[in-house]
Design a protein around this ligand. Structure first.
Ligand code: PLP
Length: 424
C-alpha cells in the first residue's frame, strides 16, 4: 500500500482519521475531496480515473447535474417526513422499480444493502410462519429449519445479513446468529438442488459473487435455484445490491437468465451516491409484511428517493444500459487481449469485471494502479475489481487499457525484487 508522504494533506487526514474513527476500515490510502464525472481528486490535488465508483455505487459518476438538481430541489422542499407520513417520491420510486421488473409487488425502502437483506429475512420468516400456522407439520418457531446461501457470497454485516454471508473470516467471529444457514459451493447445481429440501425456507443468492471476486454463476444456475425453490415452496431471494441498476448492461442481472425472484434486494447504484436500499417483494411476496412488522426512520426518505428517481431517469434518457454493455465489452476484451505473466484472464459482464491474476498480488496491483492515477479494488488476493460509473467514456476505458500492461510490469518487477530480497 502506498502511504502518503508525512507532510501531505492526505497524511494529516489519515492521522486524524485513525484517532477519531474505529479501526474497522484500516486507514484508507486516498482522501477524496471532490469528483466530477468519472474522475475524482484527492486532498493533495491528485486526479484519478475512478474505476470502482465507491464500490459499484456512483453509477452516474460524481456530481451528475441531474442528481445534484434532484437532491437540491428535494432538500429545499422537504428533506424528511418519517414513515408517519407518506410522500410522493417514495411511491413514484416504488412504482418505477416495479415497472422495470415488469411485475406486481410491493417495495420496502431501506438505507443500505444489509438492511434490505434483513427485511428479506424477516419477510421469509413471516411468510413461512403464516403458511404453517396451525398446521401439524410445523417444523420450528420460524416455520422452516434453515436457509441456503453460497460460500463466498456476501449479503452484509448486520447479524442476519452476516449470518448469510459465506465468508467464514468475517462471519465466525460474531456468531452465534439467530438464523440457521447452510452454505453451498457457488455455481454447483447439484449441491444447490440437494440443499433445498422441504425444510429449507429460502435461498439467498447473488447473480454473480461480487465481494467474492466478480464470479458469474454458470448458465442455468439461477434457473436451477428458481426450480428448486418452486419444488419445495422455498422463497428465492436474489441479492442484486451490487449487480442491479444497470451494472451488467441490463437493469437487473437476473433478467439475463429470464427468471423471476420472489424477493429482490437492491441498494448501491440505486441512489447514485445517496444511501438507499430496497427490498422488493414480487407478486404475493409483496403482501407478506403487515402493518407493524417492520420499519425504518430514514428508509425511503424523500432526498434519497429523489436521487434514485434521477438515476433511473438518466439511465433511461441517456441509454446507459447499452452504453454500459458496450464499454464493459471494450474493457473486457481489452483486458483479455493483454498477454502478461501476471494476468490470467478477465471475468464478469458490463461494467462489473475482475482482472484475474496468476498470483495473489491484487493489493500491489491496486496500489500500482493508484500510483498511475486509476482507482480499482483488490477484491480478492488474485482478483482486481472494476465497477466504474456507467457513464465511463470509451476513451477513458482506453486510457486504462493502455496503462494496465505498464502497471503489471511494475508489479512484476516489484514482486520479483521482494522475492529476491527475501532469498538473499
Ligand atoms: N449484498 C451484496 C451483494 C453486497 O455487495 C453488499 C455490499 O457490498 C451488501 C449486500 C451490503 O450492502 P451495504 O454495504 O449497503 O450494507
Amino acid at each position: 500500500m502506498t502511504v502518503a508522504g508525512t507532510g501531505t494533506a492526505t497524511a494529516l487526514l489519515q492521522r486524524r482519521f485513525s484517532s477519531a474513527l474505529m479501526a474497522n476500515y484500516g486507514i484508507p490510502p486516498v482522501a477524496i475531496v471532490t469528483g466530477r464525472g468519472s474522475r475524482v481528486w484527492d486532498a493533495d490535488g491528485r486526479e484519478y480515473l475512478d474505476l470502482i465508483a465507491g464500490i459499484a455505487v456512483s453509477c452516474l459518476g460524481h456530481a451528475h447535474p441531474a442528481v445534484v438538481e434532484a437532491v437540491t430541489r428535494q432538500v429545499a422542499s422537504v428533506a424528511h417526513t418519517s414513515n408517519l407520513f407518506l410522500h410522493e417520491r417514495e411511491i413514484e420510486l416504488a412504482e418505477r422499480l416495479l415497472g422495470l421488473l415488469g411485475a406486481d409487488g410491493r417495495v420496502f425502502f431501506t438505507n443500505s444493502g444489509t438492511e434490505a437483506n434483513e427485511a428479506a429475512l424477516k419477510l421469509v420468516r413471516r411468510f413461512h410462519r403464516a403458511r404453517r400456522a396451525g398446521r401439524a407439520d410445523r417444523t420450528d418457531r420460524c416455520g422452516h429449519r434453515y436457509v441456503v446461501a453460497a460460500e463466498g457470497g456476501f449479503h452484509g454485516r448486520t447479524m442476519g445479513a452476516l449470518a448469510l454471508t459465506g465468508k467464514a473470516q468475517i462471519r465466525e467471529p460474531f456468531g452465534p446468529f439467530g438464523v440457521d444457514v447452510r452454505f453451498v459451493p457457488y455455481g454447483d447445481v447439484a449441491a444447490l438442488t440437494a440443499a433445498v429440501s422441504h425444510e429449507c425456507g429460502a435461498v439467498f443468492i447473488e447473480p454473480a459473487l461480487g465481494e467474492g471476486g466478480v464470479v458469474p454463476a454458470p448458465d442455468g444456475y439461477l434457473r436451477t435455484a428458481r426450480d428448486a425453490c418452486d419444488e419445495v415452496g422455498a422463497v428465492l431471494v436474489i441479492d442484486e445490491i451490487q449487480s442491479g441498476i444497470g451494472r451488467t448492461g441490463i437493469w437487473f442481472a437476473h433478467q439475463h437468465d429470464g427468471i423471476r425472484p420472489d424477493v429482490l434486494t437492491l441498494a448501491k447504484g440505486l441512489g447514485g451516491g445517496l444511501p438507499i436500499g430496497a427490498c422488493v417483494g414480487l407478486g404475493r411476496f409483496g403482501s407478506v409484511l403487515a402493518k407493524g412488522d417492520h420499519g425504518s426512520t430514514f428508509g425511503g426518505n424523500p432526498v434519497a428517493c429523489a436521487a434514485a428517481l434521477s438515476v433511473l431517469d438518466v439511465i433511461e434518457r441517456e441509454g446507459l444500459l447499452g452504453h454500459a454493455a458496450r464499454t464493459g465489452d471494450k474493457l473486457r476484451s481489452g483486458i483479455a487481449a493483454i498477454s502478461h505473466p501476471l494476468l490470467a484472464g478477465v471475468r464478469g459482464r458490463g461494467m462489473w469485471l475482475a482482472a484475474v491474476l496468476t498470483r495473489p498480488v491484487a493489493a500491489t496491483v491496486e496500489a500500482a494502479c493508484r500510483e498511475a492515477g486509476f482507482l480499482v479494488n483488490a477484491v480478492q488476493p488474485d482478483a482486481v475489481r472494476l465497477a466504474p460509473p456507467l457513464i465511463l467514456a470509451a476513451d477513458e476505458a482506453d486510457t486504462f487499457l493502455s496503462a494496465l500492461p505498464v502497471v503489471l510490469d511494475q508489479v512484476e518487477t516489484a514482486v520479483g525484487a521482494t522475492e529476491a530480497g527475501g532469498r538473499s
